[in-house]
Design a protein around this ligand. Sequence first.
Ligand code: GLU
Length: 311
Amino acid sequence: MITRTVSYRGRFAPSPSGPLHFGSLVAATGSFLEARTRHGEWLLRMEDVDAPRCSAAAAGEILRTLEVCGFAWDGEVVWQSRRAEAYAAALERLKQAGRVFACACSRKELADSAIAPDGAAIYPGTCRPGLPPGRTARAWRLRVGDARIEFDDAIQGRIASDLGSEAGDFILLRADGLFAYQLAVVVDDGDAGITDVVRGADLLASTARQIFLQQCLGLPTPRYAHLPVAVNAAGEKLSKQTRAAAVDLARPGPTLCAALEFLGQKPPAELRGATVAELWTWAVANWRLDRVPRGPALPGGIIRPGIEPLA
Ligand code: GLU
């Protein structure tokens, strides 16, 4: 746990379920530049809590890509796969406070539930008053009640969410025994003393849940800035799932330049052939968060003269 107080501490938190693609590079670039220009720290966390979807090879590849691209992080890399004790302690506190309940429902039993904007099932409340007789707990869920969360996102503006209708009682400990991303991210950001979260807008829908969880655990809420997400011609997020191309390690400069352009920065044409160090020098001197385009999604990984296609 980091105890020193700094006025700005950001982080980049990739999930090692595949190599670093353009969308993640954009998130890394935005969070890194915001931390550096605010004279803050920038931490790196491997979000490998969902072990079946992650691999050590992908984590190694991400670390190598970040190094080749010239990202320098502060302190040791934090691995979620080694932090189960911290997540269990947080869940225990929530149990003591009566904030969570055991849930016996199977995926099949929830198949007819309403669907939240982010595609997850909204829990109908079956086990909320207590496990039905004869059933055993599979998962643990957080009671959200009628909580309404509002926050000001530095890029996307004011966001409001009624958790009951938009998320429902969400899972903290999954039926397969793994802790859920929502719990892991909140405990990790809290333990690391993260003051500012700069990440992709695909996580905007999770933020209200995370703020609510912070409140339940008595943790401070960081400031948030959600960067637009790069989408392909079909409007799909560039991700491992859509098979977005990995960053070209032999020529990271053009990809970094494309990430800066995607974020509304205007690297001069001469920088197209620049080294990674020259690019960062320019980027740190010229980064402006208020130039980042507002809006959750933008076509990205765009082909420009001298820049390889990324997706
Ligand atoms: N691990 C998440 C991802 O790669 C990011 C989580 C976060 O930044 O809070 O999409």
